[in-house]
Design a protein around this ligand. Structure first.
Ligand code: 4NP
Length: 152
């Protein structure tokens, strides 16, 4: 079982989109028993809040099933041992994750560093571009799943 935690600033836009896009990809490959996938925030700003409605709308539009009761939860120190991969959306997330714990077992990565075009995923909370966020996250998750399934 591969345990993945996607991480962004608020856990109401990018990381929950990544969580449910990745679950969808895994389901389509009949690999649900091989993966445990969650998402967390580096900040506590949105603690307890649901997925941001425009992000929900994008997931619905793309036919991605998601948990309507998903609530923003802050990443905590003990999470380092809970997951095999802790995947941030942008450099600022990686910096914040590294403030919380030392990555002594090489678990922390930026999502699009798995792609052919390493880059940050812009925050749609600020850009309002949920199409771009969706496309970037799908690209990252597709490469990540390819990487992870090479050894299954
Ligand atoms: P996310 O977007 O990190 O993709 O979930 C944000 C959502 C909320 C805030 C920042 C980013 N906020 O500051 O409340």
């Amino acid at each position: 079982m591969i345990k993945i935690c996607f991480v962004c600033l608020g856990n109401i836009c990018r990381s929950p989109m990544a969580e449910f896009i990745m679950k969808d990809l895994v389901t389509k490959k009949n690999l649900t028993n091989e993966f445990f996938i969650e998402s967390r925030a580096t900040s506590n700003e949105e603690n307890g809040n649901g997925i941001y409605p425009p992000a929900q709308k994008k997931l619905l539009e793309k036919g991605i099933t998601f948990d309507h009761s998903k609530k923003s939860t802050q990443l905590k120190k003990s999470d380092y041992d809970k997951y095999d991969y802790i995947i941030g959306m942008e450099k600022a997330n990686i910096r914040n994750i590294n403030f919380l714990f030392e990555d002594s077992n090489d678990k922390v990565y930026r999502l699009l560093d798995f792609s052919n075009n390493p880059r940050d995923i812009s925050d749609p909370w600020y850009t309002n571009d949920f199409d771009k966020a969706y496309d970037d996250i799908l690209e990252g998750c597709t490469f990540l799943l390819d990487f992870l399934t090479k050894n299954i």
